[in-house]
Design a protein around this ligand. Structure first.
Ligand code: IPM
Ligand code: MG
Length: 357
């Protein structure tokens, strides 16, 4: 029996609803595949925990998570707790403390979901964006002086290190190599930014030498937005800095028809620590508790988790079930349907049980 220990942190708002749905689907999947078991432990950390204890997670939170094989995360953010507290108190300390430097964001058009791009259908847009997740523009390096004075100054310094850029580049080339098209696009802004970004370009060229079977090209981030909209078929795997990929991945989600179905994986490729899998959508307090949250992103990220754990068959089976259910029109209101979270979850469980491939 292959047993995986999963730490579930549903946290806030619809995070709770979709992680519950995802945990249920995982257990049905384990039964169907056989010889497989997910030992899921729930952690009640998040904004409610903060309101009673003053912290988003206990001080030894990372120690508690360390023994797990993976973390299945819902969403953080509550209307009555400032965003910087919820984010810097739970999600970011996990990403940073566990050096999850590769943020992986697959985007494709799910059957039953329509792209806002005219004539672009399923199969025309199938990308994976690799976001540098540990440094760059979001290093938290900067400060403010002369606060409130006319001469006030604020700095926000981007940090690019040779180690940081090389390791994300290597990860991206490897990922591109594992996909059928073996094609990588490296995004920078090395015309206007002459130092860190030029170093990105140089390191990309160096790492490329170790991957002779991967074709790659370079794009400036502004021109990249145009290419994504005008020629989505020309892209496959994409690597970019923390900030650039943050923006491009929102665009990607919108072009694929809904940010609501998009998943993300925060990966420590060296497997020193558990990696973390989450839907991109937030806690969505406006619809929380109504039973209509879209569980597809949570299912899709569960499939990323299965790939990471070395269970590709279970991963494929799960995605096939999700795609079948979406193609059958069993969709929540955010993607134009009328189904509830429960109905979508039941349909996916049924598709997993019934599929005999
Ligand atoms: C994302 C989100 C976060 C990010 C926010 C909540 C800070 O937008 O996962 O892209 O940009 O890292
Ligand atoms: Mg973002």
């Amino acid at each position: 029996m292959r047993t995986y220990k999963i730490a579930a942190i549903p946290a806030d708002g619809i995070g709770r609803e979709v992680i519950e749905a995802g945990s249920e689907v995982l257990s049905v999947l384990a039964q169907r595949v056989g010889d497989l078991h997910f030992d899921v432990t729930n952690f009640d950390w998040g904004s409610d925990f903060y309101k009673t204890s003053g912290v988003m997670m206990p001080e030894n939170g990372l120690e508690q998570l360390k023994p797990f094989d993976a973390i299945y995360f819902g969403a953080v953010g509550a209307p009555d707790v400032p965003d910087h507290i919820t984010l810097w108190g739970l999600r970011l300390p996990i990403c940073q403390g566990f050096d999850q430097y590769a943020n992986v964001r697959p985007t494709k058009i799910i059957p039953g979901v329509t792209s806002p791009l005219r004539g672009v259908e399923e199969g025309d847009l199938d990308w994976v964006i690799v976001r540098e997740n540990s440094e760059g523009e979001y290093s938290g390096h900067g400060g403010r002086a002369h606060k409130g004075m006319p001469e006030e100054v604020g700095t926000e310094v981007s940090i690019f290190t040779r180690v940081g850029v090389t390791r994300i580049m290597r990860y991206a080339f490897q990922l591109a190599q594992s996909r059928p098209r073996k094609f990588l696009t490296v995004v920078t802004k090395s015309n206007a930014q002459r130092f860190g970004m030029v170093m990105w370009d140089e390191i990309a060229a160096e790492v490329a030498q170790d991957f002779p079977d991967v074709t790659w090209d370079k794009m400036l981030v502004d021109a990249m937005t145009v290419r994504m909209v005008k020629n989505p078929r020309s892209l496959d795997t994409i690597v970019a800095t923390n900030l650039h990929a943050d923006i491009l991945s929102d665009l990607a989600g919108a072009l694929a028809g809904s940010l609501g179905v998009a998943p993300t994986a925060n990966i420590d490729p060296e497997r020193r620590f558990p990696s973390m899998f989450e839907p991109i959508h937030g806690s969505a307090f406006d619809i929380a508790g109504q039973g209509i949250a879209n569980p597809v992103a949570a299912f899709w990220t569960a499939s990323q988790m299965l790939d990471h754990l070395g269970e590709p068959d279970a991963s494929t089976r799960l995605m096939q079930a999700v795609e079948k259910v979406c193609a059958d029109g069993i969709l929540t209101p955010d993607v134009g349907g009328t189904a509830t979270t429960r109905e979508v979850t039941d349909a996916v469980c049924k598709a997993i049980r019934g599929d005999n491939t």
